[in-house]
Design a protein around this ligand. Structure first.
Ligand code: CP
Ligand code: NVA
Length: 304
């Protein structure tokens, strides 16, 4: 039957705490190997199909470069020039693609699409961002925290802004990596209440960003209008204005707090230029670690 018995990565909760920590460590090891010029190509002739319903710079380049570095190959597939955009059912596309390629990465609007694809795929499926979750970014972000500050267990992380896909993945990370998450979002932009209930005890919602940042070890934000919400930009700018991560917010944190943003960023909107371009910002390391963390993920899913 065309169904799956393999592991997928649709959510951070698809990993045990031990597996997640193992992946982070492996990402750092693969980074060291790459930088020391070690030849490591365990995937000759292996292929990753990458389906993008939305734009991407980091996700596309990191997966494609990662597959090449591991000795394999990646295919960029857009609904604009495949049958996906002409109404071929997602289930049929999953059955067909998964008989040819070794893994599939998908970026879609509806999270449901990724789940339906995975349910009909013979090979591992990776969530490359949906409206609900962005788990690959969290692998990179957790690796980045570890590389700068060590174990995140028991630390305080403050999320400021929209209760969106990145916020949801930080909530799941709080559970898997065992840290406290304080979420400061405007009323009406809270994260999903069911997820909040599921990770209860670790995540709390506050309305004042400065109060939320009190004693934080890490402050994180993201765009105010995500992909697919472009027409809400003006309305959101007005509502989110008090939620900019600026010097006043950062002055409330622990002295060695870090700042993260998955990028792309809007200076002067969700983050002040002095913060994202300042000494606490590790955004370029986060972006680089997409490559290393996802190579560790591909290894985990593809090697027996
Ligand atoms: N952070 C992130 O996923 O970036 P892209 O949209 O460029 O892939
Ligand atoms: N929340 C953003 C993240 C982009 C990487 C979006 O979904 O557009």
């Amino acid at each position: 039957a065309d169904q799956t018995h393999c592991r997928h990565f649709l959510s951070l909760l698809d990993l045990s705490a031990e597996e997640a920590r193992g992946l982070i460590a492996r990402g750092t090891e693969l980074k060291r190997m790459l930088k020391s010029g070690e030849d490591y190509r365990p995937f000759p002739n292996r292929t990753l199909a990458m389906i993008f319903e939305k734009s991407s710079t980091r996700t596309r380049v990191s997966f494609e470069v990662g597959m090449v570095q591991l000795g394999g190959h990646a295919l960029f597939l857009s609904p604009r020039d495949t049958q996906l955009g002409r109404g071929e059912p997602i289930e049929d596309s999953a059955r067909v693609l998964s008989r040819m390629v070794d893994a599939v990465m998908i970026r879609t609007f509806d999270h449901d699409i990724v789940e339906r694809f995975a349910a009909n795929s013979r090979v591992p499926v990776i969530n490359g961002l949906t409206d609900r979750l962005h788990p690959c970014q969290l692998l990179a972000d957790m690796q980045t925290y570890y590389e700068h500050r060590g174990d995140i267990r028991g630390r305080r992380v403050t999320w400021i802004g929209d209760g969106n896909n990145m916020c949801h993945s930080f909530m799941e990370a709080a559970q898997v990596f065992d840290f406290e998450l304080r979420i400061a979002c405007p009323e009406g932009f809270d994260p999903d209440p069911d997820l909040l209930a599921a990770v209860q005890g670790r995540c709390s919602i506050l309305r004042d960003p400065q109060e939320a940042a009190e004693g934080a070890d890490l402050v994180v934000t993201d765009v105010w209008a995500s992909m697919g919400q472009e027409e809400e930009q003006a309305k959101r700018e007005a509502l989110f204005a008090p939620f900019q991560v600026d010097e006043a917010v950062m002055s409330r944190t622990a002295p060695d707090a870090l700042f993260m943003h998955c990028l792309p960023a809007h200076r002067g909107e969700e983050v002040a230029a002095s913060v994202i371009d300042g000494p606490r910002s590790v955004v370029w390391d986060e972006a680089e670690n997409r490559l290393h963390a996802q190579k560790a993920l591909l290894e985990f899913l593809l090697l027996p």
